[in-house]
Write a new protein. Structure first.
Lengths: 428, 154, 428, 154
């Protein structure tokens, strides 16, 4: 494991991975013991291309100023850059209007924004007010960030918190959907692609049922928007949350998209800064979206960085990224299947799943798997991946998870497979 | 300071505003505020059938918002509602054109002096303030529920 | 105004401003018409030194990974850097414990966190639950971010929203303090240094009264922490909010500090990610502070950048920064006083005030003042500065505000004064 | 892999744990969970006056947490409460020392093999899991309200 993996391209990938990797300076990093980095933890956070880092540096060294407040040149440049990023992101996800893009600090804040404003009781339209008798539906494969806000909202409002269970194959069990989503359901919030199982969910079926009963649908796109072409208009959902750092953008920024009508109906979330129309000590009125939901100085440089990230992803091409990951995932599943004692948690064929593979190794705790892999330079994540109910569902304490992105090479998958073999020998 | 947004015409209207002051009788009025800078304007319209017989206004604010109200008064007083709305439309387009639109002097008169303002996003609102108020006041005067409702939301 | 202002140091400043300015690359920026930048808008947002930009770049190109989740080397490096920033910030403000430092996205979120958790009704201890009969006290000189959250909290809970008024000199009117802060008062939230008037408030007197009646005191340190040595232990308040971008740090990060006991007593704010102890579909329990309040992937790179910012400020020395700004402010007040028709809004002597000066110019709207200054390269802010009630109080629509920092030179003040003279000629 | 945290001693305790299993009688037990990885342990203490007569445990988790419980059993069974707490204190110090502390073999026995773990912040919790549970169980057994209250809060 001491020589650097020579980057090669899987037969079925449309990407020149070797060229892509040159855009990501950290991939040249040597770890302890001069081991090359094999980064298979992109579902946790992605690495950043030079284009994004340059955009950040350029912003801070040439255009830094606060936005929407200044009449001076730097202020206008910063505002144009910040609002320009909003345009780019709207186009990237097919949003009908730029005003429907709200910048948050991460996906978690975006999800909480919806849960909190529905729970606040301040909305004029009862459709956007949760109360006793109402029901909230999530799934058993949600990230904690799409569970806890709803549990808190239910506790505050007396609404009932329910969830769609999982099949043994790691897919949603839709057999009781008709009862679970019913006329009492106010909102259905579900993950598009699971961050632990890799499953890509059947949004269409759930949306169809939700529409029948008039429930809102919030999609957690944290793991789909970075990896596949996502078009909110085509999907037809009401709201979608995602996060910058998982899509080659900076930390400190996330996005909530929502249909204008829905965003208009929700009451304000955080108060202050530029989210107001006019403030008097006696009472205040609020700005239209998107500013209504952007209290205080926004993550300006981070929005600019995310805009550059979206430009980068578009230049490579989301279809090609998706096809590359599909090829890499098929290759990885094959390699892992071939190892005795390795069990895939989640769909074990490359269909309707993304490049995130959770697995267990018989008799060896994931923490130990991960640590010994790390000693070989292979960075994976171990634990419950902020989706503990999935572990409980499958009766395991934790998993080892390898997750891929546009820069993942087949050589890195080989390093993973060799690493797991070594783990087995080590604890054998 | 050649590329200044302060054209002589604008400074003239600012220093010597035309038709300033709130007059009676009037059919409807609208009060608009630019929350970012505190500019305020009240615009009154007096109609006689299809005709705009007076546009009177009072406000406080920057040279751009005040000069723009003066130009508005000059351009729209005496025209028909239809023509006034066409001028309004044209002024809004100019302001939202990011400096890429060539203004038509026949339609906009002194309003063409505001072409440079379109390059300053923070000031576009100032230039449009009285025009938006005029539009809303007129909508109220003719009793158009759609536009009036939009004003309520703002 | 076409030659570059030669940087010189005010007689009474202990800082070598010329040297300091070399640390801030943007200060070399040439604006439209090849005019040098005179940046007098630091109360809006500050510029960033190379040390901070380098820390960001180094993080992203060498250590980028998610925190608190990974057993791999990058994950451990990123976690050490992120948690190391927490240590630095705790030391910087004299916090008794690192665990009392909560990273937020900005000061506004920190203020909203307190208002929201008090209003949520989820706290076990009634001290941390707002309800009808309770009173909230702020001041008339608060930033909107310390007004709107409390107005919303009052609306949600039925608590009464009250405020301390202002004297004609731009200071708090403490004449009715005994009645305003009374046994019904649950929380007093006030700004340390006003972002519009420059006033530094008498925290001690207000704190003494609040302590008598058992009210919590939350200090908005957004404009004080960047500019003067602030020690929360010496101040004796319960909570303090501040923001990274105003203290030579990145956008996208703010801080809430609170006494351990108070933070422990507040219920969770946003749910998800690493703020949990354990999550089950049936219910969840929460991690101890600081993680309880840090839902989702935090602003990792931004925390690292803020740590570097604090290192930079400490290396220059907060006392010296404060003394420099005091000298610059005295100089600027003198220069502005000398201009006919200029009126200072706020304390007009350098005592008990910071380097933020609001003023009006007779007969000329602030927007016009700011724009013509901008045409000369002088960047100031105009408007109500997110403190509209102050403008209402003094019967003005807006002000022009010049604000200074460690890199502000006397030549820049001269450029401001010359600029204002030009404005007067232009509209005269 | 010389700087590995997996010392032979640790692997030995992991593969052949000492004193594993929950036994009766016992005076108190504590169940601790490491939420980041799902490691769990239940520790029971049986006291006879000042003496720790048995430490029994059951858990699931990584080699570090399981080996650490085995070492704990070996070190503390049969000692006095005071001595046990001193050993516990010493082990905690070693774990929180970021790899800077030289462990004392006379006090920590096989526990010194965990010195390397202190360099891996994410694993320190694993190594400490059973020790924290032991401390809480003992506090309950002797009825100390302070420490027990602290456990409640965690
Ligand atoms: C006094 C004061 N409080 C709060 C804030 C809000 O800070 P932020 O915009 O970073 O949330 C500001 C700055 O805008 C301020 O000056
Ligand atoms: C599916 C899913 N939802 C939500 C999140 C939360 O994103 P963030 O941590 O950026 O708030 C994540 C990532 O951690 C995720 O994978």
């Amino acid at each position: 494991m001491s020589e650097e993996p020579a980057v090669s391209v899987g037969a079925n990938s449309p990407l020149d991975v070797e060229r892509v990797r040159k855009d990501f300076p950290i991939l040249d990093r040597r770890l302890a013991g001069d081991r090359p980095l094999v980064y298979l933890d992109s579902a946790n956070t992605s690495q950043k291309p030079t284009a994004v880092l340059d955009a950040l540096a350029d912003h801070y060294t040439r255009h830094n100023a606060n936005v929407a407040r200044a009449v001076h040149q730097l202020g206008e440049e910063a505002t144009a850059a910040y609002e320009g990023a909003r345009d780019k992101i709207a186009a990237f996800i097919g949003a009908p209007s730029r005003d429907e893009i709200i910048f948050t600090k991460n996906a978690s804040e975006a999800l909480n924004l919806v849960a909190n404003t529905l729970a606040s009781g301040l909305a004029e339209n009862p459709r956007y007010r949760l109360g006793p008798g109402d029901e909230i539906v999530v799934t058993e494969m949600e990230h904690h960030s799409n569970i806890v806000p709803w549990q808190l909202a239910a506790r505050r409002t007396g609404a009932r918190f329910r969830w769609i269970g999982l099949t043994d194959e790691g897919r949603l069990d839709l057999s009781t959907l008709g009862e679970l989503i019913n006329p009492r359901t106010k909102i259905v919030s579900l993950v598009h692609q699971s961050n632990i199982l890799g499953t890509v969910n059947d949004v269409e079926t759930i949306l169809a049922r939700a529409s029948e009963v008039g429930a809102l649908v919030l999609l957690d796109g944290s793991q789909s928007v970075p990896h596949l072409p996502v078009d909110v208009t085509a999907l037809g959902v009401d709201l979608m949350a995602f996060t910058g750092h998982k899509m080659v953008g900076p930390t400190g920024i996330g996005v909530l998209w929502g249909r204008r009508e829905v965003l208009d109906g929700l009451p304000p979330f955080l108060g202050g800064g530029e989210m107001i129309e006019t403030v008097a000590m006696e009472g205040s009125t609020f700005a239209p979206v998107p500013h209504k939901f952007e209290a205080g100085t926004p993550p300006i440089a981070q929005a600019v960085g995310l805009g550059a990230a979206v430009d980068y992803l578009c230049a490579v091409g989301m279809e090609r990224i998706h096809d590359h990951e599909h090829a890499i995932t098929a290759y990885a599943l094959e390699k892992l299947h071939a190892i005795d004692g390795v069990k895939i948690i989640g769909p074990d064929t490359p269909e309707l799943r993304g490049g995130t593979i959770s697995f267990t190794v018989d008799g060896i705790h994931p923490h130990d798997v991960g640590q010994v892999l790390d000693e070989q330079g292979v960075a994976v994540r171990v634990g419950h991946h902020c989706a503990r109910p999935v572990c409980v569902r499958y009766g395991i304490p934790a998993t080892t998870r390898a997750s891929f992105y546009l820069y993942t090479s087949t050589d890195e998958i080989d390093a993973l497979a060799a690493g797991v073999q070594h783990v087995k020998r080590f604890f054998g | 300071m050649n590329d200044s947004l302060y054209q002589e015409i604008i400074l003239d209207h600012y220093k010597h505003p035309h038709g300033r002051g709130l007059r009676e009788p009037f059919d409807a009025e609208a009060h608009h505020v630019n929350p970012t800078c505190g500019d305020e304007i009240t615009v009154r319209v007096a109609l006689d059938g299809e005709k705009v017989v007076d546009v009177s206004y009072e406000g406080q604010g920057c040279s751009i918002s005040q000069a723009s109200a003066s130009v508005l008064h000059e351009l729209l007083t005496g025209s028909t509602i239809t023509d006034a709305m066409a001028v309004e439309q044209s002024f809004v387009e100019l302001m939202q054109g990011k400096g890429q639109i060539e203004p038509d002097e026949d339609v906009l008169g002194d309003g063409i002096a505001f072409a440079g303002v379109a390059k300053y996003p923070a000031r576009v609102k100032c230039a449009l303030l009285s025009w938006m108020a005029f539009k809303d006041a007129t909508a109220r005067a003719v009793g158009s529920p759609v536009v009036a409702a939009e004003e309520e939301r703002r």
